[in-house]
Design a protein around this ligand. Structure first.
Ligand SMILES: [Fe+2]
Ligand SMILES: [Fe+2]
Length: 178
C-alpha cells in the first residue's frame, strides 16, 4: 500500500509536469520530445505496473463481503484502468504524429490532454479517498503478502531506477514541480 501511495505522489507530479510542458506562451512551441517521454513513462510504469497491481488488489477486494454500492465502486475503478490505458495510447498516437510532422488539430489535441488529466486525477482521488480505505478495511494480512509476492519485481524506471531517458525526464519533472 505504501508503494501504491508513493506511485500516486509520483504520478501526480508527472501529470503536473505534463500540464506545465503543454502550457507554453502562444509564441513558443511545446517541447513535444519531453511530452513524448512523459507519455512513455506513463505507459511503461503506471499503465504497465501500477494499475495492474491495483487490479490484483481490487480483484481480491471483490472476493470479500461488499455492499452493492462498494462493489459498484470497485467495478467502476477497474473499468477506468482500461479507459486510462486506452487514453494514453491515444496521446502516444497524437504526439507521434506531431513528431512525424503530420498536422494534428491543436484544439482537438489540447482537448485530449485536458480530458486525460481530468480522468487520471479524478481516478486517483477516488482511489485515495474511497478505494484504498475500502481495501484496508477488507483485506487481511495474507492478502497483502500475496499481492506483495506477486508484484515485488517491477521497479519504477524513473523515480526508482533513473534509467536512460527517464534520468533527464526526472530533471524536468523535478523542476516543473518544485
Ligand atoms: Fe488506478
Ligand atoms: Fe492508482
Amino acid at each position: 500500500m505504501v508503494r501504491l501511495e508513493d506511485d500516486h505522489l509520483h504520478i501526480a507530479r508527472v501529470l503536473e509536469a505534463l500540464e506545465r510542458a503543454l502550457s507554453v506562451p502562444p509564441d513558443e512551441d511545446v517541447n513535444w520530445e519531453i511530452v513524448a517521454d512523459i507519455i512513455s513513462y506513463l505507459q511503461e510504469y503506471p499503465d504497465t505496473v501500477h494499475h495492474p497491481v491495483e487490479d490484483q488488489l481490487f480483484d481480491r477486494v471483490l472476493d470479500k463481503g461488499l455492499t452493492p454500492a462498494e462493489r459498484e465502486l470497485v467495478h467502476t475503478n477497474l473499468a477506468q484502468h482500461a479507459e486510462i490505458i486506452g487514453a494514453t495510447v491515444q496521446l502516444e498516437r497524437d504526439v507521434g504524429q506531431i513528431l512525424n510532422d503530420i498536422i494534428v488539430p491543436m484544439d482537438q489535441l489540447q482537448d485530449h490532454f485536458k480530458r486525460y488529466l481530468e480522468l487520471q486525477r479524478a481516478h486517483m482521488r477516488n482511489e485515495i479517498h474511497h478505494l484504498f480505505p475500502l481495501a484496508e478495511r477488507q483485506l487481511a494480512e495474507e492478502d497483502w503478502q500475496a499481492i506483495a509476492a506477486q508484484t515485488a519485481t517491477q521497479a519504477d524506471p524513473m523515480f526508482e531506477l533513473n534509467l536512460g531517458k527517464f534520468a533527464s525526464l526526472y530533471e524536468f519533472v523535478a523542476e516543473a514541480t518544485s
